[in-house]
Unconditional design. Structure first.
Ligand SMILES: Nc1ncnc2c1ncn2[C@@H]1O[C@H](COP(=O)(O)OP(=O)(O)OP(=O)(O)O)[C@@H](O)[C@H]1O
Ligand SMILES: [Mg+2]
Length: 265
């Protein structure tokens, strides 16, 4: 279940999010807040964004959230290739500042993406704002994207984070896939999987997957993967509604009685 660029599927949601993020990064709009439910595709989007920006932008993607502010600054520096060895936080910040000015002179953007930011401690988030203070008289030197689950928005509503909150130039919330997109997403994944023969999901199967997953990609993946395993062990490439029901019941840890058992009851 780790994001693989080959599987990237541009749903309307993801397309829209991606173009706004690209714009925000290139226009140097400062802080961006990207939220979405668990498994909705935020990290996948960040990876797609990094890919898009590769030629113009140095990107630091930091995922480790349970860290101190010094560790955060160190991780960012390391991701950008700035040496941190045996340096104090202040020294690292000065190094970072030099790096940022150098990138500016090379006409390259620098973007820091803090993924899973809902888990960052309040004090560390405040430090993030300090980082954004690195600027020349004319320009911000670094773009910062905060990415996380919806509780990140609540976290940012704390009074002591008011200054940070005020600087957010763009907010985007990723919604799950709708029914059509969910079907297309599944077909897309089956087609890029490069299997010798492509499994077929019946209309009923697709409908049940959507109803269960509500269009959340990670849940869609889990159901589909399990259904394919069931299909494989039974020697069939046709996945129907019954298989999906079985898989969902398994995932939920409750097996409904089979028809025979139900008749006996
Ligand atoms: N646009 C997409 N194209 C292809 N696969 C996707 C897409 N969005 C999500 N996925 C799949 O769904 C899974 C979950 O996505 P991802 O890890 O990006 O979600 P997330 O929002 O970062 O979740 P979390 O809140 O747990 O951090 C991934 O493994 C990925 O394979
Ligand atoms: Mg994620």
């Amino acid at each position: 279940n780790t994001p693989d660029p080959k599987f990237f599927f541009l749903s309307r949601q993801h397309q829209e999010a991606l173009s706004r993020l690209v714009y925000a990064a290139q226009a140097r709009r400062g802080f961006v807040l990207l939220t979405g439910e668990i498994g909705s595709g935020k990290t996948t989007l960040c990876r797609a964004l990094m890919n898009r920006l590769r030629l113009t932008t140095e990107v630091a993607l930091v995922t480790n959230a349970n860290i101190t502010s010094k560790e955060l600054i160190s991780s960012i520096a390391e991701e950008l290739g700035v040496s941190t060895r045996r340096k104090s936080k202040g020294a690292i910040l000065r190094e970072l500042n030099r790096f940022l000015i150098e990138q500016l002179s090379l006409d390259r953007n620098v973007l820091v993406i803090l993924d899973e930011a809902q888990n960052l401690r309040g004090g560390v988030l405040e430090e993030v704002r300090m980082l954004s203070n690195l600027e020349t008289a004319q320009e911000k030197l670094v773009q910062i994207f905060l990415v996380g689950q919806p509780e990140l928005r609540e976290k940012l509503n704390q009074p002591e984070l008011k200054q940070l909150r005020q600087r957010i130039a763009l907010r985007y919330h990723v919604l799950p896939l709708d029914g059509d997109e969910c079907r297309n997403y599944i077909t897309h994944r089956l087609n890029v999987a490069e299997a010798e023969r492509v499994p077929q999901f019946s209309a009923a199967a697709l409908e049940k997957i959507f109803r269960y997953s509500q269009g959340v990609p990670r849940l869609v993946n889990t159901v589909c993967d399990n259904a394919l395993i069931v299909g494989f062990t039974r020697g069939t490439l046709s996945i129907d509604g019954d298989i999906i029901e079985e898989v969902i019941a398994d995932l939920e840890g409750s097996c409904p009685p089979s028809d025979e058992e139900a008749l006996r009851l």
